[in-house]
Design a protein around this ligand. Structure first.
Ligand code: FPP
Length: 254
């Protein structure tokens, strides 16, 4: 906790260790702007964004967050120039291979949400190897949303449910919120408590549409490559100051 302790001392923000969000989801936006502002190619922004990923994964592990989902590549991101999509995919593959020893050392379990079959063979292989190698780790779950789209995820789950109903393996009345969740990529993960978006846009961009129903949303103007552990502490402190009602009323007002 050395780094986090130091931030708490410097800022005077003391987090309640009993109310750390179990699942944090992040829309890592602003890589392109970060690069453009410096007259650099956009891909340099993604490379710097990767450095932020490393810091944030480490900090979430230190803080005792159970699960971190990172919006790494959306189904819509394929509309970008091929040069950029190739660079992002290459970066994910390099990171997956290079970070494996660190993931093991820090007891991090890697998983992926999204359509892996549409990724290159070598990226699929790198991801499968790291998922397999880290499968016994019991610390932070690092869930990378790659080739992920929220609407597509819901459609995919619905199609599978229809298939099972038609085959007589599932009754329509057994399709509940819980059972539906189990058909999503995030099956077995809790819903995100806190959704962080960097670079200021006020939208959810097709990210975890089903799962963020009751997530607390925290948006910062800070671009992802500039995001620090201190920003993470501020986001969690803000989350801890909120009253989560889940549609009910606070018990004090009853
Ligand atoms: C959004 O910024 C960012 C992405 C689409 C890619 C995110 C990828 C990384 C951070 C790199 C590697 C990640 C891992 C997990 C290894 P943008 O390009 O849309 O920014 P802009 O809105 O300023 O153009």
């Amino acid at each position: 906790m050395a780094e986090i302790d130091q931030i708490q001392q410097e800022t005077g923000i003391m987090l309640d260790s009993k109310r750390i969000p179990k699942h944090i989801a992040i829309i890592m936006d602003g890589n392109g702007r970060w690069a453009t502002q410096r007259g650099l190619p956009r891909v340099m922004g993604h490379m710097q964004g990767y450095e932020t990923v490393r810091k944030v994964v480490r900090a979430c592990g230190e803080l005792g967050v159970n699960c971190l989902t990172l919006y790494t590549f959306s189904t819509e991101n394929w509309r970008r120039p091929k040069e950029e999509t190739d660079a992002i995919m290459g970066l994910i593959e390099t990171a997956t291979r290079e970070e494996l020893p660190e993931l093991m050392e820090n007891n991090v379990r890697l998983r992926v949400s999204g359509c892996m079959a549409e990724l290159s063979e070598s990226l699929q292989q790198a991801l499968m190897e790291s998922i397999q190698a880290t499968s016994g780790n019991t610390g932070l779950v690092l869930n990378l949303a790659i080739n992920y789209g929220g609407r597509m995820e819901i459609l995919r789950a619905t199609r599978e449910i229809c298939r099972r109903v038609l085959a007589g393996d599932l009754r329509p009345e057994d399709v509940t919120e819980e059972s539906f969740s189990s058909f999503l990529y995030t099956a077995e993960l809790p819903d995100p408590d806190l959704l962080i978006r960097t670079a200021g846009e006020l939208r959810v961009s097709n990210f975890l549409l089903w799962q963020i129903a009751y997530a607390e949303i925290w948006v910062t103007q800070t671009l992802w490559p500039d995001f620090t552990e201190k920003d993470l502490v501020c986001a969690i402190a803000d989350y801890q100051g909120r009253v989560r009602k889940f549609g009910s009323v606070p018990s004090a007002d009853r």
